[in-house]
Design a protein around this ligand. Structure first.
Ligand code: 8YV
Length: 331
């Protein structure tokens, strides 16, 4: 007798090729309209599913986990960051949590480098001029940005994406500096010619560009607090691609408005998709580049993330430990 296929609920629309494979392997429930699920809809999905596949837009908190049906044994996140899931409560209830690390590293590092170039060289601002019919012709001192070659880049969080960024930035002639929970292996520091800063405060005070590349965890919430942001140099620029909660966004906005730092490139926001009018005003004034959480937004990347979810679900359903299991101790 054929083994009953696990009931796998997808909370958002995933790439077609991924959904097709899921329907072949599992009793997959798709979200064709791609309408984000409400909390009651999430609760219902978790009441009936063996596996739920959420994304960054789904808050899987302790309340939802407590309401989940006894058969729900796996939360297979479509995404690397798991700050949308109360991993501790899930594990306590015997529910395994997985994510999709590694497959979006290069894409996200590319976008981070693009944000650095965009802010330093006023790309978005410049790209609006010709379509806006405002170009009166070249001028020697007009639309000047800042050179990045030879400048100091401070990477906050030297994990996969931080290191991938360092490789790119080194190729652009930037000096690599970093702060991290632990020092990376000497061989990696050598390869990246990276300088380690034990003190985040001291690193912030000496960098031309600061890139946030650490996950959002209880320990990194507002790691770049209002106090720490004041250490940044007046001409510094800051970019953020992992999660908005790592930076005190209101304090950052105040500093940008006051011209205390030169600019910012943000792909993530503390209360996304809600963005403050002040930040939008700064973007219209060309002081900041704001992107709608596109860090890993490539066709290839999203398919790879989906395939990782499939491997995690299949391995788990076959009774093995899934390759991308997330434990509270890892956060
Ligand atoms: C994802 C991301 O697209 O992986 C992450 O943590 O932020 C993005 O790459 C998003 O999380 C989808 O859930």
């Amino acid at each position: 007798m054929a083994k009953k296929k696990p009931l796998v609920v997808l909370t958002r629309k995933l790439p077609d090729v991924v959904e097709t494979r899921m329907c072949e392997l599992f009793d997959a429930r798709l979200n064709i309209e791609d309408k984000a699920m409400s909390k009651p809809e999430l609760a219902e999905a978790m009441r009936i599913a063996d596996v739920i596949v959420p994304t960054v837009t789904d808050r899987i908190d302790a309340e939802l986990i407590a309401l989940a049906g006894p058969q729900l044994k796996l939360i297979a996140n479509f995404g690397t960051g798991v700050d949308n899931i109360d991993v501790g409560s899930a594990v306590e209830r015997g529910i395994t949590v997985t994510n999709t690390p590694g497959v979006l590293t290069e894409d996200t590092a590319d976008m981070t480098m693009a944000l650095i170039l965009s802010v330093a060289r006023r790309l978005v601002e410049g790209a609006k001029i010709i379509p806006g019919g405002e170009w009166a012709g070249w001028s020697p001192t007009w639309m000047l940005g800042r050179r990045i070659t030879g400048k100091r880049l401070g990477i906050l969080g030297m994990g996969r994406i931080g290191q991938a960024l360092a490789r790119r930035a080194k190729a652009f002639g930037l000096q690599i500096h970093y702060h991290n929970r632990r020092r990376v292996l000497p061989i990696i520091e050598e390869e990246l010619e990276a300088t380690y800063w034990e003190s985040l405060d001291q690193m912030l005070a000496r960098m031309d560009i600061v890139s946030v590349n650490c996950p959002h965890t209880p320990a990194t919430y507002h790691l770049l607090s209002a106090r720490r942001l004041t250490y940044l140099r007046p001409h510094a620029i800051i970019v953020n691609t992992p999660r908005g909660e790592v930076i005190d966004e209101q304090a950052l906005t105040r500093m940008l408005e006051a011209g205390q730092i030169d600019g910012a490139g943000l792909d993530v926001f503390e209360h996304e998709p809600a963005i403050s009018n002040k930040l939008i005003k700064l973007a219209n004034a060309g002081r900041v580049t704001l992107l709608p959480h596109m860090g890993s937004a490539t066709v290839e990347g999203r398919i790879d993330m989906g395939e990782k979810v499939i491997i995690n679900v299949k391995t788990f359903m076959d009774g093995h430990r899934p390759p991308d299991r997330v434990l509270p101790s890892m956060l």
